[in-house]
Design a protein around this ligand. Structure first.
Ligand code: PPS
Length: 294
């Protein structure tokens, strides 16, 4: 696939889930991916705090050495498993040559995760974010990341999101299915809102999950380096080194606002009411609870 077939293409379908056609083309290699037992998988629905958690983990893996964490862009330090874009090394390619222990990013729903991760009993950290902020963040990401089709109006995008007709499908199934998986697997489930309210205990939770206890001074250093303000100006974390035909930060920066509750600036009263009703219906079979504000 060339660049002209990549920019603003309609989504394809992968086993019933809407996804970018360039990713679908590379799917056989992703499905056959061989995980290593010490791989750590960072799993999220898009726009839920993936980059933030990735930077936290790289800092923990490098004992808080900021210079080491600037050795390369985040998408090279933590390869995106199913990513495939013309003229750039894909996730599988980057991972093949990466020394262990690897950090791996994915947005795949439970049922599509390559089997090998389960066979190797890899640890997984999942981050979930409230859907109102996810849909707003996703709307702006659709505009700036050219792999997406045109998002249409906010109203159209909201409807598509609620119907699971956006890349990676239904947010509701994604967060619920991964929540269930934590009952049988080595999986830590985090919430963006908790990280936002007070990142310290969440960083400690992550470290403990990795079998480490961090001194307070190191936690402070990690929290500072991974704050939104620091990451926004860090070219190794803010995606600004990608070419403009992949992401155009003039349309909307990748590091956009980094807050909880921005949806209030975007939802109309009617949209909010409709969303709440649909949310209640979709989530009634789950004990999962999201905070739409903090
Ligand atoms: S992606 O493309 O799916 O991997 O995006 P992802 O990293 O999951 O989500 C991007 C949103 O996370 C915000 N962000 C942060 N918030 C708080 N603190 C830190 N350090 C941070 N880093 C990234 C980013 O700004 C996107 O959210 P919005 O609401 O659009 O600002």
């Amino acid at each position: 696939m060339g660049r002209e077939d990549f920019v603003r293409q309609e989504l394809g379908m992968l086993h019933g889930m809407p996804l970018y056609k360039s990713f679908i083309e590379a799917w056989p290699q992703v499905e056959a991916f061989q995980a290593r037992p010490d791989d750590l998988l960072i799993c999220t629905y898009p726009k839920s705090g993936t980059t933030w958690l990735s930077e936290i983990l790289d800092m923990i893996y490098n004992d808080g050495n900021v210079e080491k964490c600037k050795r390369d862009a985040i998408f090279k330090r933590v390869p995106f498993l199913e990513m495939s874009v013309p003229d750039m090394p894909g996730g599988i390619e980057l991972l093949a040559t990466m020394p262990s222990p690897r950090l791996v990013k994915t947005h795949l729903p439970v049922q599509l995760l390559p089997k090998s991760f389960w066979e190797q009993d890899c640890k997984v950290i999942y981050v979930a974010r409230n859907p109102k902020d996810v849909v707003v963040s996703y709307y702006y990401f659709y505009q700036m990341a050219k792999i997406h089709p045109d998002p249409g109006t906010k109203e159209e995008f909201l409807q598509n999101f609620m119907a699971g007709k956006v890349a990676y499908g239904s947010w509701y199934s994604h967060v619920k299915d991964w929540w269930e998986k934590r009952k049988e697997k080595r999986l830590l489930y985090l919430f963006y809102e908790d990280m936002k309210q007070d990142p310290r205990p969440e960083v400690q939770k992550v470290a403990r999950f990795l079998g480490k206890e961090l001194p307070e001074s190191l936690v402070e250093k990690i929290v500072h380096h991974t704050s939104f303000q620091e990451m926004k100006k860090n070219s190794a974390a803010n995606y600004e080194t990608l070419p403009e035909w992949v992401m155009d930060h003039n349309l909307s920066p990748f590091m956009r606002k980094g807050i909880t509750g921005d949806w209030k600036n975007h939802f109309t009263v009617a949209q909010n009411e409709r969303f709440n009703k649909h949310y209640k219906e979709q989530m009634k079979d789950s004990e999962l609870c999201f905070r739409m504000e903090i």
